[in-house]
Design a protein around this ligand. Structure first.
Ligand code: FUC
Length: 778
């Protein structure tokens, strides 16, 4: 008989683990409640716990206008239309950039743009020393709890950590199996706040509570100023000793001696949301949790969290769930056969999304909300030419629709500044934003036009607003976001210019993110007119605004105007080489395997290219992908999973999934994954986690215009499986099981009254009332 300990329960797959301490941050398990986060290294001696709070942004609101830009705009356009692209680019480099210093070329913490950064580090030095056995450090995805356990010197130690979903405080419980054997000290610090000029303050107050407080740079401090003028922050730590022990302090060190159990609460706040009473709010949260026992607090947290996480389940049969995750990824890299790993990766993506954004707070940034330094790569900001959008890709299909609301608020928050940018840079109405986004309303072009000139980001963001409506059919929401969509369209009504050569309406100047082409005279150029991605995005935006206007019964004239303009935008075109053209003209790409595949926007996330509706374009998209190649940065490979899934080639989609899971620390040719399954651009960038997660859902369900397709791109290795709770446009939830690639059971539940069709399963539309289900066994 197999011993019980070797029998894997299903949920073992949702408890990935390490059997040792983390030797780097990317081996720690991330915890997050959508606003606060922590990552503990589980060290035996001095444990580091990196703390996060998602509004922890340096920088400040700034004037980014550049009045010169609008003056040279007509000349830039003229040069582009005369085919003098290199000259247009030169002029653009000189003058069509943001006022100020933009994102500081990634050193945003030095300028008003700012940088998302860590909240602080908690260091817990444990007195117990010796050899540890049976060490396990796991993440329970079903409960959002990180648990460390080991035995040392005849004592069993356990550490449980969670960021409470119900009570918004981080909680750490340390426990020893024997009385008096738990002794440790706590200190807190931040990475020396830029040149140690503006240090934070760490101290123990008169009530024995540990405090970490300070201010971040606004980016406007003069060279002699000693006070940082940006956002203020405060962390308050209280330690409870329910089973004896003493708590003392000496300077900025809090010491616990001779305890059996300690519960540490950490309340974190910044002045971002409520500048007047944020300290009170932070203190109140700490006070509020103290009335609960640890057990009760944990229970409240699990209930609040699992209501979201538990909406979807996914199984692909057994794999190597008994293996520590680092080894598991290495083994998978060799044989690509561990079906349950794809299910784990999918659920980990949903976990990370739930952990990094929540209603009333910010959307997930380039690192979700997890950052371990001040100089976060790319400022840990909201990059808008793929990255922020990709972060939200799993939300709707993954039954986490409300997680679109923080993004909605953030988008709404850009409109006012985006109007000013539209006016001053393009003399256009409406609103626009470019590639860079922060929490201070930065909407201007970036400091370098080769990447900073993309101006369809607002339009792309609006796709999420309309998609949220299509999934939820929430008319009030549509009414709320329609003006944002309409004004994004209005910008293009004014900004699109007729290219005198072809008669097409084009965006000019623009780029095809962030690729370059070679002109006839051999110059390498990024700046162009009417890139294919722009055409696809603008066409989609106009179409969505027209649909939304019709649903809301408004703006007939404007709608008609958009309708006329759509016909004058260049359609997606196949070049002589059989690929989708990336630019208006048949330029040669400077980097044929460039990570961005922007001209396939129409394949995903857009849907103007499809094997059934536009088979020729789908073929050309396939060729485009073949030339672009598979290996690339993390997010690029994740995007390609979705492309191949949309092309209904499940095996190629799975191949990209395997590439995405490649252990990046063992070398290779680009991105992959870290041992904690964080996606590696490299460095860590969370978009690939979300893109990969959405990609797995896209293999299983696709839907458009009321027709659902089940298993449209099922990889052959995932031939047996089941899921529950995936969502499709039109307001339906689906459950399905399959064996040997054939569906055995399906259930569709209507979230709204409507007609539903499942390709190959229902012969005609099935009318369902809200809450009603259609079921079939096959
Ligand atoms: C885009 C990408 C880069 C990187 C950055 C954060 O600009 O081109 O690869 O992911 O965002």
């Amino acid at each position: 008989m197999v011993p019980m300990s070797l029998v894997c329960r299903t949920s073992d797959n949702l408890r990935p683990f390490f059997d040792r301490e983390a030797s780097r941050w990317e081996e720690c398990w991330p915890l997050g409640n959508g606003r606060i986060g922590m990552m503990a290294d589980g060290a035996l001696g001095c444990e580091t716990i990196v703390l996060n709070e998602s509004s922890m942004w340096s920088g400040s609101v700034q004037d980014t206008d550049n009045p010169e830009a609008a003056k040279v705009l007509p000349e830039i356009r003229e040069l582009l239309f005369e085919g003098r692209n290199a000259e247009a680019q030169r002029l653009m480099y000189e003058s069509f950039t943001c006022g100020g210093r933009g994102s500081g070329y990634g050193r945003g913490y030095e300028v008003p743009y700012g940088s998302y950064q860590l909240f602080g580090n908690m260091r817990i030095s444990h007195d117990a020393v010796g050899k540890a056995v049976n060490y396990r450090r796991e993440l329970d995805l079903e409960r959002a709890v990180n648990k460390v356990s080991f035995e040392m010197d005849g004592v069993r130690y356990t550490r449980e950590l969670f960021t409470s979903f119900s009570d918004d405080v981080a909680v750490i419980r340390l426990k020893a199996s024997k009385r008096g054997r738990l002794s440790f000290s706590i200190v807190m610090d931040r990475e020396a706040d830029i040149a140690e000029k503006y240090p934070s303050r760490a101290y123990v107050d008169e009530y024995g509570r540990y405090m970490l407080e300070g201010a971040l740079l606004s980016g406007t401090e003069g060279p002699d100023e000693t006070k940082a003028k940006g956002l203020k922050f405060k962390g308050i730590v209280d330690v409870m000793l329910p089973k004896g022990g003493q708590k003392t302090s000496e300077g900025p060190v809090l010491k616990v001696n001779g305890a059996k159990e300690a519960v540490i609460f950490i309340s974190m706040g910044t002045s971002y949301y409520s500048p007047d009473d944020w300290v009170e709010i932070t203190e109140d949260k700490l006070e509020a949790v103290q009335k609960f026992s640890y057990r009760k607090l944990l229970k409240r947290h699990i209930k609040a969290y699992s209501e979201k996480f538990g909406r979807v389940s996914l199984e692909f049969g057994r794999g190597r769930e008994h293996m520590p995750v680092g080894e598991r990824l290495e083994a998978f890299d060799k044989d690509h056969s561990d079906p349950s790993l794809a299910a784990l990766y999918y659920q980990y993506g949903r976990y990370l999304l739930i952990g990094s954004t929540r209603e009333g707070c910010l959307p997930p940034n380039l690192q979700g909300l997890w950052a371990n330094g001040v100089a976060t790569p790319w400022n840990g900001d909201y990059h808008l030419n793929i990255n922020l959008q990709m972060n939200l890709w799993p939300a709707e299909s993954g039954n986490l629709s409300e997680l679109l609301l923080p993004l909605t608020d953030w988008i709404a928050g850009q409109v006012e500044s985006g109007r000013k940018t539209a006016r001053t840079f393009y003399e256009s109405r409406g609103w626009v934003t470019h590639i860079l986004g922060n929490v201070w309303g930065f909407t201007a072009p970036g400091e370098h036009p080769s990447w900073g000139a993309t101006n369809t980001s607002a339009a792309w963001l609006c796709q999420h607003l309309y998609a949220h409506y299509l999934y939820t059919l929430d008319r009030d929401y549509l009414e709320r976001v329609y003006p944002i969509m309409k004004e994004a369209a209005l910008f293009f009504v004014d900004m699109l210019t007729e290219d005198p050569r072809s008669g097409y309406l084009v965006t000019a100047p623009t780029t095809s993110p962030e690729n370059a082409y070679i002109t006839a005279d051999g110059s390498v150029c990024s700046v162009c007119a009417g890139s294919t991605m722009d055409n696809q995005i603008v066409r989609e935006l106009f179409t969505n605004v027209r649909e939304a206007a019709a649903i809301l019964g408004t703006d007939e004239e404007f709608s008609a105007q958009l309708g006329n303009m759509i016909g004058r935008i260049k359609p997606t075109t196949i070049g002589e080489d059989g690929r989708i053209m990336e630019w208006l003209e048949p330029y040669r790409e400077a980097e044929p395997t460039h990570r961005h595949v922007s001209h396939l926007y129409g394949l995903y996330p857009g849907d103007e290219i499809s094997p059934s509706r536009t088979p020729e374009l789908a073929d050309a998209a396939r060729k485009t992908l073949e030339v672009r190649g598979d290996l690339s940065t993390g997010w690029s490979m994740a995007w390609k999973i979705l492309f191949w899934a949309r092309l209904q080639d499940g095996d190629h989609a799975y191949k990209l999934f395997c590439d995405l899971l490649h252990p990046t620390l063992s070398g290779g040719n680009g991105g992959g994954s870290y041992p904690n399954m964080f996606c590696a651009h490299p460095p860590f960038q969370i978009d690939g986690n979300f893109g990969g997660c959405a990609g797995i859902a896209e293999m299983l369900v696709q839907g458009k215009d009321g027709v659902v397709e089940l298993l449209p791109a099922l990889p052959s290795v995932l031939k047996d499986g089941s899921f529950r709770g995936l969502c499709v446009r039109g307001g339906a939830e689906l459950d399905a099981s399959w064996k040997d690639g054939r569906i055995t059971k399906v259930r569709l539940t209507a979230k709204h009254e409507g007609d539903f069709m499942i390709k190959g399963i229902t012969e005609s539309p099935v009318h369902l009332k809200k809450g009603q289900s259609f079921r079939k066994r096959l």
